[in-house]
Design a protein around this ligand. Sequence first.
Ligand code: CO8
Length: 370
Amino acid sequence: MSEIVISGTGLYTPPNAISNDELVKAFNQYVDNFNEDNQGAIEAGQIQPLAHSSSEFILKASGIKSRYVVGKDGILDPEVMMPLIPERDNDKPSVMIEMAMHAADQALKAAGRSPEDVDLIICAASNMQRPYPAMAVELQHFIGAKGLAFDMNVACSSATFGIANAAAMLKAGSAKLALVVNPEICSGHLNFRDRDSHFIFGDACTATVLERAEDASSAEQWLVKGEKLITQFSNNIRNNFGFLNRTAPEHQFDRDKLFVQEGRKVFKEVVPMVSELISSELARQGLTPNRLWLHQANINMNLFIARKVLGRDASDAEAPVILDEYANTSSAGSVIAFHKHRSDLNSGDVGIICSFGAGYSAGCITVQKR
Ligand code: CO8
């Protein structure tokens, strides 16, 4: 059976960033407006006043300093508090696919390939702009690829699940050259009025090109040595937005129609699950990692996981961090870390791309530089 390599990656970063201070200023203005508007009800004890957010808390609790977003102005307007992204004509690339086109172009160039070489596209992300036609088929159309294309969603683990599925299909001979894209517009499903989570997410898109080792000709190649994917049901990260919402109109705008989570429980339950997953994968393959490209949700989570896996604290180089600049970009996070932090590694070096999040879901892709 053919060996599979990652022969190129790409990253699209939206042009506008929001710092913690900017985000907190808008949030606190919203809080002041709310408390003023509801002063009577608050004084009568009918509703609780809202509390301010703080940049110090955000940095300490999560490690996040800023995030890139697709629609900055709406998010920072205390009267709006969400990205405003104009609707487009159906014959133009949708917003998600425009992001994917940028990332795909970079990844294909790195792989020394052109779009016509692509015969499998997987669009793997934690939310799709629409249910159908599939986003991946739209991308196939706009870049001029052939073969087949489909969407998949495993929340934060969408990229690793997408890469593993692409590798399996290439091994099986179903396609010759795969493009996996992860357009994440997390700001679209984040509740910017929720103090507990308003700071967590950002937007970005990653792309990964995979092909059979015997076909690859790019200067830099990463052999896919192993894939391990797991899921375990949990309600602790949930988003109940869906096509049936209008059938229960009284709940259509409840807060669970955006991202909600029990952050503490997620932290406690996911850290051991992921540490065990990575450690058992490394033991099974008899490998010691030179690098851990971990999912980028929370700096403290990553420090814990890296310490558990390595048996000591990881250096910044061993477990690179991009969440300080990007925040949590859901499935794109571990691929951004891989994309930005691998050029110093040598032939034979081993690393793990590891995602974890809602579902729960977790995925490990072990790669070795050729
Ligand atoms: N400013 C100031 N204080 C605050 C704020 C704030 N913004 N928010 C909370 N506080 C206060 C709380 O009220 C609390 O006060 P008190 O102690 O008086 O009760 C105190 O700070 C501590 O609050 P928490 O216990 O909530 O704080 P934590 O230390 O647990 O940190 C985190 C919160 C950062 C959310 C942390 O729990 C965490 O990161 N957990 C892991 C979460 C995680 O990794 N989730 C993954 C979800 S992502 C995923 O799977 C993808 C889903 C699909 C993408 C969705 C896109 C939108």
